[in-house]
Unconditional design. Structure first.
Length: 239
C-alpha cells in the first residue's frame, strides 16, 4: 500500500514539475519588447509590488546590490524624459509603470566606501572580522581579477548587474500576464542631467543604467513569432 502511494506521489510531482516548466516557457514566449501599451489598463499595486520584489531579491556580485529602482508615474516627468529618450517614445506615454534602473558609481562601490561597509555590516549582518576579510577579498578581486581599477569600470560592472534584476522583473511580469520592454534608447548624459535637475538622482552617486516599461499591450500591437538561434548554436558542451 505504501509503495503504491509513493509511486502515485512521484507521478503527481513529475506532472506538477512538467506543468511548471511548460508554464515558464509559455511566459518566455509570451514576453516581447512591447513598444505601445494600453493606457487604460493599469497594473494593480499588488502585482507591481510583486514585480519589484523579484528585482529586490535578485542576485548581485558579493551581494552588494548596486542598484536602485525609480518608478516614474509623474506624466510631466515622463514627457521630459521622452525628449531625451528616442527609444521610449511609445512606452513613456502609455506604460502603466515606468522604471529607471540606476547603478551605483565608484563612490559607493569602492571597498573603502561607507556603502560597502553598510552592506556587509548592517544588511548582511556579518561579524566585524568577517566584514574586514570580505572587504579585503573584494579589494583584491577588483584589482587582480576583474581589473575594476577605474571609476568608469566600476560603474560599468555595477550596470551589468542591474540587468540581472531587469531580466528577473520582466520574466516575473510575463508569468503573470504583464508586458514589458527594456529600453536603452536614451541619451544618458542628457537623461541624467534632467533627473538631477528634477531632484530625482545624485549623479555623483548614481548613473542611469537602463529603463523598463511595464503594462498591457495595446490591442493593435501584433507580436511576431519569436526568432532565436537553435540551441546548438548558442550552447557548447565540454564533456
Amino acid at each position: 500500500m505504501y509503495i503504491v502511494l509513493y509511486i502515485i506521489t512521484i507521478l503527481i510531482l513529475k506532472e506538477i514539475n512538467m506543468n511548471k516548466k511548460e508554464e515558464i516557457l509559455k511566459a518566455f514566449n509570451f514576453r516581447f519588447a512591447c513598444k505601445s501599451f494600453d493606457p487604460e489598463k493599469k497594473i494593480s499595486d499588488e502585482d507591481f509590488a510583486f514585480i519589484l520584489e523579484t528585482g529586490r531579491l535578485s542576485p548581485s556580485s558579493f551581494g552588494w546590490e548596486p542598484w536602485q529602482f525609480v518608478v516614474v508615474q509623474n506624466m510631466e516627468l515622463r514627457k521630459k524624459l521622452a525628449e531625451v529618450s528616442w527609444g521610449a517614445k511609445g512606452q513613456l506615454p502609455t506604460a502603466s509603470h515606468f522604471v529607471l534602473i540606476l547603478a551605483r558609481k565608484a563612490v559607493d562601490m569602492k571597498p573603502s566606501s561607507d556603502y560597502i561597509k553598510y552592506m556587509a555590516s548592517d544588511i548582511q549582518e556579518l561579524p566585524a572580522d568577517i566584514v574586514s576579510m570580505k572587504i579585503d577579498f573584494y579589494d583584491k578581486f577588483i584589482k587582480n581579477d576583474f581589473d575594476l581599477t577605474s571609476d568608469r569600470k566600476l560603474l560599468d560592472w555595477a550596470s551589468r548587474q542591474t540587468y540581472i534584476a531587469l531580466a528577473n522583473m520582466m520574466s516575473a511580469a510575463a508569468q503573470i500576464g504583464i508586458d514589458s520592454c527594456p529600453i536603452e534608447g536614451f541619451n544618458r548624459e542628457k537623461a541624467e542631467a534632467l533627473l538631477e535637475k528634477e531632484g530625482i538622482i545624485d549623479t555623483k552617486q548614481y548613473g542611469l543604467s537602463v529603463m523598463a516599461a511595464f503594462g498591457y499591450r495595446a490591442s493593435d500591437v501584433h507580436m511576431h513569432a519569436k526568432t532565436r538561434q537553435p540551441i546548438d548554436k548558442v550552447v557548447k558542451w565540454i564533456k
